[in-house]
Ligand binder design. Structure first.
Ligand code: ZN
Length: 303
């Protein structure tokens, strides 16, 4: 894929065209390092054209700003990034970006799924609510997945409540528009089915984990899942939130978090957890961390 493909309907002088080509190649090198595909290149090319039309002629600036555009783009979500350009084009006109703070509820258990959310960062917790109000987390969703995606297969009600645990910017699309796109593209349908398998795998593994594994190992597993999805070394998390996610008492979580801190694995202070030793957490975590991670990594085509 070259810059020339994107310039068919554009008029630039030869020197500007050459500079744009240089900027595009530099951005592509950065994208190859990051393992990004053709859609990412198309987003970069469009931004380069836009900036060149505005008069920018510095290849370094064109490259840097086009990559910045990508970083703020919905393609930070791995499911959207795995789509073919023609499939992504079915969704793009209806995709909107929204920011949700900690505690925001994206969908309510048993309510009709009205929107599909593709997190670009942050962490969403899928929580099962009991009649007495008690709740436990059954899965987490970050930039590798989506909330409400199965509504693309047919209209449905939510199995769980989806709560934002770590503030998230998400690409959101009305469920009806997502269904229309799925009906037009077997590849989007296949991707959703693969994600469905991985998410149910995570739900089953989490249920077994909650029943069989000690809290210390579960807490390590949860922290690693959060770390993998956000790349953040420092997370805003109260012990109440962790206790609810793991179905444990807050006092027990305080005790266990203290042990992890004493072991030099994390630092916990005033509602913020800092990762100090990822390898140490991996040693402490139960087998469920690796099992869920392998299932999640199998979702993308070609993996
Ligand atoms: Zn486990």
């Amino acid at each position: 894929m070259s810059m020339r493909q994107f310039l068919s309907s554009e008029r630039f002088d030869p020197d500007t065209t050459r500079i744009m080509g240089v900027a595009f190649e530099m951005a592509c090198v950065a994208l190859r390092v990051a393992g990004r595909g053709d859609i990412a290149k198309a987003v970069v090319a469009e931004k380069i054209i836009e900036l060149a039309k505005a008069g920018e002629r510095d290849a370094n600036i064109l490259c840097e700003h086009s990559l910045n555009e990508l970083r703020a783009n919905a393609l930070e979500n791995r499911l959207l990034a795995a789509l073919e350009p023609s499939d992504y084009a079915l969704l793009m006109p209806q995709l909107r970006t929204a920011y949700f703070s900690q505690g925001a509820v994206l969908q309510e258990q048993d309510a009709p799924v009205a929107h599909v959310y593709f997190p670009m960062n942050g962490l969403i917790s899928l929580v099962s609510i009991m009649e007495d109000g008690r709740a436990v987390e059954s899965a987490v969703v970050g930039r590798e997945g989506a909330v409400g995606a199965f509504a693309g297969l047919r209209p449905c009600n939510a199995f769980t409540r989806a709560t934002v645990q770590i503030p998230a910017t998400v690409a959101v699309i009305p469920a009806s528009h997502f269904q229309a796109a799925v009906n037009q593209s077997q590849r989007i349908r296949d991707l959703i089915l693969r994600y469905k398998e991985a998410l149910f795998g995570q739900v089953q593994q989490t249920a077994a984990c909650n029943a069989l594994h000690p809290l210390e190992a579960r807490l390590a597993r949860w922290l690693l899942q959060a770390f993998d999805r956000t790349d953040a070394r420092d997370l805003p998390l109260t012990q109440e939130a962790i206790a609810q996610m793991l179905g444990a008492r807050r006092t027990t979580v305080t005790f266990i978090a203290g042990r992890l801190q004493d072991a030099g694995l994390i630092h916990y202070r005033r509602g913020r957890i800092t990762f100090l030793d990822k390898v140490g957490l991996e040693h402490l975590a139960c087998e469920c961390y690796g099992a869920i991670r392998r299932q999640t990594e199998r979702v993308r085509p070609g993996d």
